[in-house]
Design a protein around this ligand. Structure first.
Ligand code: CO
Length: 439
């Protein structure tokens, strides 16, 4: 067990942004014989072939063709998302105020703003720069040092705090400080970072050559274990890097155990936290485009290859689930209170915020039993709203049988979330069985 937990924590620390998470996944897949395909190229696929394709650096589709073509044996897919709620830099981020240099940020997704205060924050993402004759180039950047901080207001200067509670205006109160006014501008910081740690063509990069960026703040504190028996893990981005890690780990484990008739698929989408409506998101065409090419066929056979394959396929949408919080147990529906360490959670919602139905519950319960595990169940209280996932969106787009599951966690969308160490292994065990076709 310790092996997969340690591996997960390292994976999270190395993945401060969706771009880095996808890069980490690709590295792991390549180590196990998966080769990169480009969407712009023709694909020559053969049975047993292992490949992956990336769209926009934030979304990943990986597949291992089965012994039989998808039209005969279908797909077994595992979906997750690569993004997490975060403070993203605005395009013209440089600000100076009251003798400080600050950066303009915009909340991405629904984040618990207060959890970002008084932390050692850093900056990571991708930078586009003018690479001379080769045109525009892109490099990943990860400052990996305490660069930014959003200080709390002292209680002595905050009379209203006691009556009204903490109120944070995202426009006024969440701007990180990056230094005193004399500190370098963002483009200077980026150019220096890329000169030191970037690709070779950045050796002489100047600030004027930085064209644009997608930059995210992140908490520098390393992912860790805690609790009397180290039974818990604390880390940023558990939602949903736990599921990405479980997906890659289980696909590779199953792949080593042997061949199966069906085609194994991982689909990791960016942009879930903001509704999935993008070229990279679950509402986009990335998965359908890829599956159509994997399903193959020619002439009339190609028109029916994908729908025939989909009709005998499954998608498990893996995203985190709300464990019961001891201080707020009444926020959960009685009888549906997942606990940390209790194993994978089946997520249901009568109004289809989750895609799970009775057939999906039965299928996943059988997979859990085969691994010696009893699944937990979550539905939200009838008087509370319900989160959603890529599950219902992908189910609607493809017409594929889908169920929503996840590992239980606390503090979802905090800068630093909590989950259980034991649940890391149990989810990987169940998903490995899924990819191995034990049920
Ligand atoms: Co999520």
């Amino acid at each position: 067990m310790t092996g997969s937990v340690t591996d997960l924590l390292a994976f999270i620390d190395a993945s401060p942004t969706p771009y880095h998470a996808v890069e980490q996944c690709c590295g792991r897949l390549e180590e196990h014989g998966f080769s990169a395909l480009a969407e712009a190229d023709a694909w020559n696929l053969s049975p047993g072939g292992r490949h992956y394709v990336v769209r926009g650096q934030g979304s990943l589709l990986a597949f291992e063709l089965g012994e039989r073509p998808p039209v005969e044996a279908g797909f077994r897919m595992l979906g997750a998302h690569t993004d997490s709620p975060v403070l993203r830099l605005k395009p013209c981020a440089d600000l100076t105020k009251q003798g400080y240099r600050q950066l303009a940020v915009e909340p991405y997704g629904s984040l618990l703003l207060h959890s970002w205060l008084d932390r050692d924050l850093s900056l990571a993402g991708r930078v586009f720069y003018d690479a001379g004759q080769s045109g525009m180039a892109c490099a990943l950047v990860d400052f990996r040092r305490a660069l930014l901080r959003i200080p709390n207001l002292a209680i002595h200067l905050y009379n209203e705090l006691r009556q009204e509670g903490l109120k944070l205006n995202p426009q006024r109160h969440m701007l990180p400080i990056v230094g005193l006014e004399s500190a370098p501008e963002l483009a200077e910081l980026l150019a220096a970072e890329l000169r030191n740690k970037g690709p070779k063509d950045c050796a002489d990069l100047r600030a004027e050559s930085i064209c644009s960026y997608d930059l995210l703040t992140f908490d520098l504190q390393a992912a860790s274990r805690w609790g009397a028996n180290a039974e818990f893990i604390a880390a940023p981005r558990l939602d949903n890097l736990v599921s990405c890690h479980a997906g890659v780990s289980s696909l590779l484990a199953a792949s080593q155990q042997g061949k199966v008739p069906f085609t194994r698929v991982l689909i990791f989408n960016d942009h879930e936290e903001v509704g999935s409506r993008s070229a990279l998101g679950a509402q986009g065409t990335f998965l359908a485009d890829g599956l159509r090419r994997v399903a193959g066929g020619s002439g009339a056979a190609s028109a029916e290859a994908l729908p025939r394959a989909i009709a005998q396929s499954w998608l498990i949408s893996a995203d985190m689930a709300h464990a019961v919080h001891p201080n707020y147990a009444d926020r959960h529906e009685p009888g549906h209170r997942p606990v940390l360490g209790g194993g994978p959670v089946l997520k249901g919602n009568a109004n289809l915020s989750y895609a799970t139905d009775g057939e999906g519950v039965g299928f996943f319960t059988s997979l859990c039993r085969a691994a010696g595990i009893a699944p937990q169940h979550f539905v939200t209280r009838s008087d509370l709203g319900c989160g959603s996932t890529i599950g219902p969106i992908t189910a609607a787009a493809l017409g594929v049988r889908t169920l929503d599951v996840g590992s239980p966690m606390l503090s979802m969308h905090s800068c630093r979330e909590t989950a259980s160490a034991a649940d890391v292994d149990s989810m990987i065990a169940v998903l490995t069985g899924y990819f191995q076709g034990v049920v």
